[in-house]
Unconditional design. Structure first.
Length: 131
């Protein structure tokens, strides 16, 4: 049993890229789907497809690679964990890797990046960093 499904989700995507997989299939949840849509919009993954019905629903996530064959996702770091939630307001969201990475937040406006959170002036739970 997975105690932290978001950490498992982002780690599976990163490991699939490291292993040069074309896609990874992950059990579906609304939170994972929303995170995948943000990663797609920001260009970290190639495509997201929802497969199946009911309990057997899953997400197919296609990994994006650079011209030199390296995966677009170089690293991820889970910040807010089930044992310790970390919240931030819009003004105090910091940049990752000098602006080369993104902070993914769960806000009342949905799952957003650090830039979108500042534009919308909403804070929330800091889920993870990705670069």
């Amino acid at each position: 049993m997975v105690n932290d499904p978001i950490a498992d989700f982002i780690t599976q995507i990163k490991n699939a890229g490291t292993a040069r997989k074309e896609c990874v299939v992950i059990p579906y949840s609304k939170m994972k789907s929303a995170i995948a849509e943000v990663l797609l919009r920001e260009g970290y993954i190639e495509a997201v497809n929802k497969k199946g019905k009911g309990v057997k629903t899953s997400l197919e996530i296609y990994i994006k690679y650079l011209q030199n064959g390296k995966p677009k996702i170089d690293g991820v770091k889970r910040i807010s964990k089930p044992s310790r939630r970390l919240y931030s307001n819009a003004a105090s969201v910091t940049s990752v890797k000098s602006g080369h990475g993104k902070v993914i937040l769960s806000t009342p406006a949905g799952i957003v990046t650090d830039k979108e959170a500042k534009e919308k002036s909403v804070g929330g739970e800091v889920l993870f960093y990705i670069w």
